[in-house]
Design a protein around this ligand. Structure first.
Ligand SMILES: [Zn+2]
Length: 311
């Protein structure tokens, strides 16, 4: 069903090339809208579970968790303004906004929003949160294209199975390794593609009483795709395997005291929080070795996937 939709779209695009450009554009817009509305109706079995409310809490220093229970959204704060990482689902935006306010921060003090990868479960709420705050949005070139133009990215391994994200008017494009300095805060972009071609991990430092920790928000590195996609051989994303390898190398080498992930359970966040509540590790969310372990798990999963593609 998904393939035939796509084939019809290509056939229409080919035929409209022969028509006048105005008419062709109108037809193309109609096709894109039809495709988008089809995708919007895609069921999301996990969304209700993911979007369960979660009381916001301090992770460490000026870093707070403000997402719903199943999808991370992380706020870095300073007296001059804040940076928000990820917006979870479109329907998570009001919940994230309420969490930020309940911590005593103002939405309009959020000066920058960044994203791990542009899928509806991490980038879906970005547009609404941008409107509420007036923040600038910054992203990798591929992600910026998706956020401003298409809502779903070509070359995305899950292309035919995704809901589009709501578009935003403007995105500042960042370079791999670029440090963004805003409102007295610094956050560095590390391109970690593979799960999507534009995936980005973010690092910064947070301090408590002079003890500064290396915080890592590591993007998803799972080799998951639509049925018709092969990581080992794909025209829309030919460098997928090399991209994953670059991303694993980043995770293995980056200083990593506290690991956070777009899906919080992927870095054991709830278990760590529970330990802290029980006083076993007071004041600490430390994850020694967790970035390397995550790289190892993701690499093993990719190898299993590539082996399955060879069969
Ligand atoms: Zn994803």
């Amino acid at each position: 069903m998904v393939n035939s939709e796509f084939t019809v779209e290509i056939a229409v695009i080919t035929s409209v090339r022969k028509l006048s450009s105005g008419l062709a554009l109108a037809l193309l817009a109609a096709v894109v809208m039809a495709q988008t509305s089809t995708n919007l109706q895609r069921p999301c079995d996990n969304c209700t579970e993911w979007n369960k409310s979660q009381k916001p809490f301090k992770v460490y220093g000026n870093t707070y968790y403000v997402g719903p229970h199943g999808l991370s959204s992380v706020l870095l704060t300073s007296p001059q303004g804040h940076i928000l990482i990820d917006g979870a689902l479109a329907e998570s935006a009001p919940l994230i906004a309420a969490n930020i306010r309940s911590l005593g921060f103002r939405l309009k003090d959020v000066k920058l929003i960044v994203n791990s990868h542009v899928h509806y479960d991490h980038g879906g709420g970005v547009a609404a949160l941008q409107r509420l705050s007036g923040a600038e949005i910054a992203a990798s070139p591929w992600s910026a294209e998706v956020l401003t133009k298409s809502g779903i990215g070509s070359g995305d391994p899950q292309f035919t199975e995704l809901r589009p994200v709501a578009l935003v008017p403007h995105v500042r494009v960042v370079r791999d390794g670029e440090t963004l300095k805003i409102a007295g805060l610094e956050v560095t972009a590390h391109f970690t593609p593979g799960h999507t071609p534009g995936g980005t991990s973010w690092t910064w430092q947070s301090c408590e009483r002079g003890n500064c920790l290396n915080m890592v928000y590591a993007d998803s590195l799972s080799a998951i795709s639509a049925d018709n996609f092969r990581f080992s051989d794909n025209r829309t994303y030919p460098n997928a395997v090399q991209d994953f390898e670059k991303s694993f190398a980043f995770l293995r080498s980056t200083p990593c005291d506290v690991l956070l992930t777009p899906h919080p359970e992927a870095s054991g966040l709830w278990a760590r929080l529970e330990q802290r509540r029980r006083g076993r590790r007071p004041g600490s969310m430390l994850t020694p070795g967790a970035c390397k372990e995550l790289a190892g798990r993701a690499e093993a999963q990719l190898q299993r996937r590539l082996a399955a593609e060879r069969r």
